[in-house]
Design a protein around this ligand. Structure first.
Ligand code: ZN
Length: 86
């Protein structure tokens, strides 16, 4: 693990807990690499590229599944999610 990394909880704007994630490096959270999720309450693993997963509580679109450097990732819809460092 990099020293600048942090574990963050990611919630929907509606308050539903979605993910716990290890974020490497600094800066804004743009995407989630699915391999770095330690909790996934949405079920991203195994979704097809270009799927648009939704919040299980309110149905808001969370983003879109993309391949980034050969790895599946969720590119976040910035209006829907909020990240909190823990
Ligand atoms: Zn929600």
């Amino acid at each position: 693990m990099s020293r600048t990394g942090k574990i963050i909880d990611i919630d929907c704007q509606c308050g539903c807990k979605l993910f716990r994630y290890y974020k490497a490096g600094k800066g804004r959270l743009i995407k989630l690499l699915i391999s770095r999720l330690s909790e996934d309450r949405v079920g991203l693993a195994g979704l097809e590229t270009h799927s648009k997963p939704v919040c299980p509580a309110c149905g808001s679109e969370l983003g879109i599944i993309m391949m980034i450097h050969g790895e599946p990732a969720l590119k976040l819809n910035q209006g829907t999610i909020r990240g909190v460092r823990i």
